[in-house]
Write a protein that binds this ligand. Structure first.
Ligand SMILES: Nc1ncnc2c1ncn2[C@@H]1O[C@H](COP(=O)(O)OP(=O)(O)O)[C@@H](O)[C@H]1O
Ligand code: SF4
Ligand SMILES: [Mg+2]
Length: 379
């Protein structure tokens, strides 16, 4: 019988990689011009929701990338595309530089072993009728082979230890409802680790947890990044947590990346007017979405996105150029990028200023889940 791979395989694979810094490294997982359009149900079947458009994204071993944006901006769709839970409309997904489109069950299973996902709701993702032991044993069997007896117990111990659910005996035979939200999320993370993945896609992993235990989960993920060299995509609507936790931050607006750079500079010195709005009007870090929507109203329709820059209906600096031509992501120095004409050398470029000053007051929170909701209703 072949020896089942151990939990250290991926770690040693990563440790063997001479390129452990982003500068000269090759991304583990990469999306190139990734796009997802969902057909709109109904008789006008030619219409689509532009959920994700032309997104480039790179994940490196031992690094965290945060994907930040308000609700409906396409973050979960990106995670699902990267997990290959649904096909892309266009673009490529590359794992270790090679096309990773899974064709058939076997290649999908190989892919999933390396790219694991953690969901927002740990209660929903664990089966209430099964114990921690069952969930983890199943995942170990799927990904490492049919370990028996002492070997399986050792693997269980190791996984629970990794997520700091110790002493193991206290947790291993518990049902999900006997655990706290944070403990459940730790079990969900342990289950993902059973695959010994190279990449974790974490879709709002702390947003449903008590504020008091959020930091503990982020610190755990950070520890996995450092100790196991896992590449992490951290999806959040809370830009403050991105600053704390992520090496790099991408800001999404209406299906597109509008700004990227190292997390510290993006949050300290935001370049794109939308990012400035998110950060500048940030009295309550838990309320970013409402604030973003409150700024001059509403998120744009993704069925008929505004022409030009998608942010133009909400942007105080918008000009005719912004309303007609889509700004590409432009270099704005220090490895940073922003998709805003204000940073171009076009003679007709808009003149940027302080977003908050331009609004004249702190943006008020309008009751507008608006375009997003009316779009949902239209479908
Ligand atoms: N399966 C689907 N069918 C149709 N539209 C979808 C589907 N999944 C997501 N969408 C739409 O795609 C857009 C982006 O959604 P999502 O990726 O969930 O955003 P986020 O995670 O940033 O809140 C939204 O307008 C949403 O309604
Ligand atoms: S200035 Fe123009 S391009 Fe820049 S964010 Fe505003 S609308 Fe978009
Ligand atoms: Mg989401």
């Amino acid at each position: 019988m072949p020896t089942p791979p151990t939990a250290t395989d991926a770690a040693s694979r990563r440790a063997g990689d001479p390129h452990d810094t982003e500068g000269d490294a090759r991304p583990v997982l990469r999306a190139v011009k990734m796009r997802k359009h969902f057909p709109v149900r109904g008789f006008r079947s030619d219409k689509v929701v532009h959920a994700v458009d032309d997104v480039d994204l790179e994940l490196y071993a031992g690094r965290v990338v945060a994907l930040v944006g308000e609700s409906g901006s396409g973050k979960s769709t990106i995670a699902r595309l990267l997990a290959q839970l649904m096909p892309t409309t266009a673009g490529q997904i590359l794992l270790d530089g090679e096309d990773a489109t899974a064709r058939g069950r076997k290649s999908f299973r190989r892919y999933v072993k390396r790219v694991q996902m953690i969901f927002q709701d740990p209660f929903g993702s664990l089966n209430p009728v099964h114990t921690v032991r069952y969930h983890l044993t199943r995942s170990i069997r799927i990904h490492r082979g049919n370990l028996k007896g002492a070997e399986m117990e050792a693997a269980l111990d190791e996984l629970l230890d990794r997520v700091h659910l110790t002493p193991v005996d206290r947790y291993v035979d518990k049902y999900p409802h006997e655990l706290s939200g944070g403990q459940r999320q730790r079990v969900a993370i342990a289950r993902a680790l059973a695959a010994d993945p190279d990449v974790l896609l974490a879709d709002e992993p702390i947003s449903m947890l008590d504020v008091s235990i959020r930091l503990g989960i982020l610190n755990l993920l950070r520890d996995l990044r450092d100790r196991l060299g896992i590449a992490i995509l951290y999806i959040t609507h809370d830009i403050a947590s991105a600053r704390y936790f992520a090496d790099k931050t991408l800001v999404m607006y209406a299906g597109r990346v509008v700004e990227s750079g190292d997390s510290e500079s993006v949050t300290q010195d935001p370049k794109h007017p939308y990012t400035q709005l998110l950060i500048g009007s940030a009295p309550d870090p838990d309320d970013m979405e409402a604030r973003a929507r409150g700024a001059r109203g509403e998120a744009p329709s993704l069925v008929t996105p505004p022409p030009g820059c998608r942010f133009n209906p909400r942007c105080p600096f918008a000009t005719d150029l912004c309303r007609t031509e889509l700004p590409p992501l432009m270099d704005v120095g220090e490895g940073r990028k922003a998709a805003c004409w204000g940073y171009s050398d076009r003679p007709d470029r808009p003149e940027l200023g302080s977003v908050l000053d331009a609004y004249g007051e702190r943006p008020t929170v309008a009751a507008s889940a608006a375009a997003h909701d009316s779009e949902e209703a239209a479908r």
